[in-house]
Design a protein around this ligand. Structure first.
Ligand code: KIV
Ligand code: NA
Length: 283
C-alpha cells in the first residue's frame, strides 16, 4: 500500500477531506488500525493509562514509549506514524526536546512527534524540533500531561479568556511549523473558530464536528474495558464502536471452563501422532 505522508495529509486538507487518526500501542493494534486505512496512527502516551493501568499519562517514560513505537511501526504499512513525546522528555530545554524527538524517529521508527501545550517554551521546543528535521503535531485544549496544573481532566475553553488562549496557542504552534494540531475537549464553536483561523489541519477529540479530522483512543473506540472493578470511565465524547472487552472476556471464560471440564483440547486439538509400534517399544 502507498504510505500516507505529510503530502497526502496536505492534499486531504486542501480537498476538505476529513483526516482519521486512531491510537495504537503494539503490533496487533497497529495492524488493526492500519488495515482499516486510518490516515494517522498515533502511538499516544495514553498508553500509560490504557495499556499500563496508570491513572494519568505522567508516569510513562521515553524509553517505554519507544518500545510501543517500535512494536506499532512493525504493524503499520500505510498509516502516517506519530509518536507522543511523554511528560518530562521535552520541557527542560530545546536541546532535550530535539534529542527526544530524534530518538522517536531513529529508535521508534515514527514519522513525526506530538507534544502538548502552546506556552512560549512549548512553541520554542516545537520550532527547534521542526528545525532539526522532525515533523511536529501540536496539542492544545485539554492537555493531559498538565493535569497537575489544570487540577484534573476537565473540558477547556468554556470561558472567553481560555478560548482566546487556545486560539493563540494554536496559532503560535502553527507559526512554529507544526503540521497539524490536536484540539482536545473544547466546545465545538471554539474548535470551529480555531480550524477556520489555521491553515493546517486540526484533529479533534471531544471538539465537535468542525475540525479537519478526528481522533479516538483504540481501547475507548473498541469498548475494551467494561469490567466493574477496572473500567476507566469512557469519556462522554467517545463513541464505542464495539464491545470488544465483552467478546474477549467471554472467549477466555469459555476456554477456562473447557479446561476445567476437560472439554479442551479433546482429540480435535491433539494433532501430533506417534505410531502404536513406537509407543510399544517405549515399554
Ligand atoms: O495519547 C493520546 O491518546 C492522545 C490523543 C487522545 C490525542 O494524545
Ligand atoms: Na497523548
Amino acid at each position: 500500500p502507498k504510505r500516507v505522508t505529510l503530502r497526502t495529509l496536505r492534499t486531504k486538507y486542501a480537498n476538505q477531506e476529513p483526516i482519521s487518526m486512531v491510537t495504537a500501542y503494539d503490533y496487533p493494534s497497529a495492524v488493526h488500525v492500519d488495515e482499516a486505512n486510518v490516515d494517522i496512527l498515533l502511538v499516544g502516551d495514553s498508553a500509560a493509562m490504557v495499556v499500563h493501568g496508570h491513572d494519568t499519562t505522567l508516569p510513562i517514560t521515553l524509553d517505554e514509549m519507544l518500545v510501543h513505537c517500535r512494536a506499532a511501526a512493525r504493524g503499520a504499512r500505510r498509516a502516517f506514524l506519530v509518536g507522543d513525546l511523554p511528560f518530562g522528555s521535552y520541557e527542560v530545554s530545546t536541546a532535550q526536546a530535539v534529542q527526544s524527538a530524534t530518538r522517536m524517529l531513529k529508535e521508534g521508527n515514527m514519522d513525526a512527534v506530538k507534544l502538548e501545550g502552546g506556552s512560549s517554551g512549548r512553541v520554542s521546543a516545537a520550532r527547534a524540533i521542526v528545525e532539526a528535521g522532525v515533523a511536529v503535531m501540536g496539542h492544545v485544549g485539554l492537555t493531559p500531561q498538565s493535569v497537575s496544573v489544570l487540577g484534573g481532566f476537565r473540558p477547556q475553553a468554556q470561558v472567553a479568556d481560555e478560548a482566546l488562549e487556545v486560539m493563540q496557542r494554536a496559532l503560535a504552534l502553527q507559526g512554529a511549523g507544526c503540521f497539524s494540531i490536536v484540539l482536545e475537549c473544547v466546545p465545538a464553536p471554539i474548535a470551529a473558530a480555531v480550524t477556520k483561523a489555521l491553515s493546517i489541519p486540526t484533529i479533534g477529540i471531544g471538539a465537535g464536528p468542525a475540525t479537519s479530522g478526528q481522533v479516538l483512543v483504540y481501547h475507548d473506540l473498541l469498548g475494551m474495558m467494561s469490567h466493574p472493578h477496572h473500567a476507566k470511565v469512557t469519556p462522554k465524547f467517545c463513541k464505542q464502536y464495539a464491545s470488544a472487552g465483552k467478546v474477549i472476556q467471554s472467549a477466555i471464560q469459555q476456554y477456562r471452563d473447557e479446561v476445567a471440564s476437560r472439554t479442551f483440547p479433546g482429540t480435535a486439538f491433539s494433532p501430533y501422532k506417534i505410531p502404536d509400534a513406537e509407543i510399544e517399544s517405549l515399554a
